[in-house]
Design a protein around this ligand. Structure first.
Ligand code: SF4
Ligand code: SF4
Length: 370
């Protein structure tokens, strides 16, 4: 597989500059010919939020990529499906709906029609548009992620699974390693044809929904999800093999055998590395005996990182309760805006923290009620 990755420094969302850099990156990585093709652009719209919050792919990047493809002769559709996908969802707040209107690009509603796709193990529902287009171009945002540390190319493919079908996967693949295996399986089944990471402004700290915007100053592209994620890891200060999705892909020898296989075009990663980037600490694989004991001794489980609800910030929107596939959350019957966690049911997928727009869910150790 093509192992070319290109990176360009870019510190502002200036439409013409972003357009030119995307063109350079696409050519350097030998992106597929799009002339006469129907192309689905899949940004990361985790929650429909203001682009300033850096939760979603910036509309300037989405528009520049779409314009580039249209100028190369493609017909462009744009779509994504947040975990809480309402039927009217169009990406209004994140500015993607405006991009569609300006360019006359069709919005693809992933919830409208689904198809069953075979994975290594079992099957999964996916937006049927994946079978209606010739090419898929994935536009991830460079962000931290409580579960897989960094969410970039491999992780963004999960957005092709519509709405609540996504959240359910956390219950099925209930720990970091299993979830990473599943994400790689998904890319094996439906591999986007090109990945362009919006890292002009990224997210650090407790991502992907509640972290802090940070200038990472870079746009990255590749046809190879593992290769581009490796460069993104280096820029954010992670050892690439600490990112579970990358470790699984390299171990399987799927898209590259070793980090040294990457053919890189851009400034040296150590030059563009964001030195003080606030990472999610890597906890590593626990020893099997400890995992076994933790499952059986509830007291030890309490020392795990888990969702902690900040009731003072809670608006009572119940989005966390709707997304929890383990039914571990309820609203207090008499105390207003007070979410209760039934810890024994919680699988630590952290979807509740992802969807909370009010900074009312922290992921941390809670000891002695604090
Ligand atoms: S914790 Fe957040 S998502 Fe849950 S009800 Fe409160 S504000 Fe809504
Ligand atoms: S409470 Fe939060 S972390 Fe626990 S299972 Fe539910 S959504 Fe996942």
């Amino acid at each position: 597989m093509n192992t070319k990755v290109a990176a360009r420094i870019c510190r502002e969302y200036i439409p013409d500059l972003v357009y030119d850099l995307i063109g350079e990156i696409y050519k350097a990585c030998e992106g597929p010919d799009v002339k006469g093709k129907k192309v689905l652009l899949k940004p990361n719209i985790l929650i429909d939020a203001d682009p300033e919050k850096c939760i979603s792919t910036h509309p300037v990047v989405v528009e520049a990529m779409a314009r580039y493809l249209m100028n190369e002769g493609a017909t462009v559709l744009i779509g994504d499906s947040p975990a809480l996908h309402r039927n009217s969802f169009r990406g209004e707040k994140s500015g993607i709906a405006d991009v569609c209107r300006r360019l006359g690009a069709e919005w693809a509603d992933f919830n409208k029609k689904t198809v069953d796709i075979s994975l290594r193990k079992g099957r999964i529902k996916m937006a049927s548009v994946v079978n209606d287009v010739d090419l898929i171009i994935s536009l991830p945002k460079l962000k931290t992620h409580e579960l897989v540390y960094l969410t970039c190319a491999v992780k963004n493919t999960l957005g092709l699974v519509p709405g609540f079908h996504k959240a359910k996967q956390h219950a099925i693949h209930y720990d970091r390693e299993r979830f990473a295996e599943f994400l790689v399986d998904l890319n094996e089944a439906v591999m986007p044809d090109f990945f362009l990471i919006d890292g002009i402004m990224g997210m650090e700290g407790p991502g992907p929904g509640q972290g802090m915007p940070v200038m990472t100053g870079v746009i990255l592209g590749s046809t190879n999800p593992a290769a581009v994620d490796i460069i993104a890891s280096l820029i954010t200060g992670y050892d690439p093999m600490d990112i579970p999705t990358t470790a699984v892909a390299v171990r399987r020898g799927l898209w590259l055998k070793d980090t040294s296989d990457i053919i890189y075009d851009g400034p040296a990663p150590e030059i563009i590395k964001k030195k003080d980037f606030k990472k999610i600490p890597v906890t590593g694989n626990e020893n099997i005996a400890l995992k076994f004991i933790k499952k059986r001794i509830p007291l030890l489980r309490k020392f795990d990182k888990r969702p902690v609800f900040l009731h003072g910030n809670c608006t009572g929107c119940i989005e966390c309760i709707s997304i929890c596939s383990s039914n571990a959350l309820t609203m207090h019957k008499s105390v207003k805006n007070h979410v209760i966690l039934k810890d024994s049911r919680c699988i630590r997928c952290f979807c509740c923290a992802e969807v909370c727009r009010y900074h009312a869910v922290e992921i941390r150790r809670k000891i002695f009620g604090i």
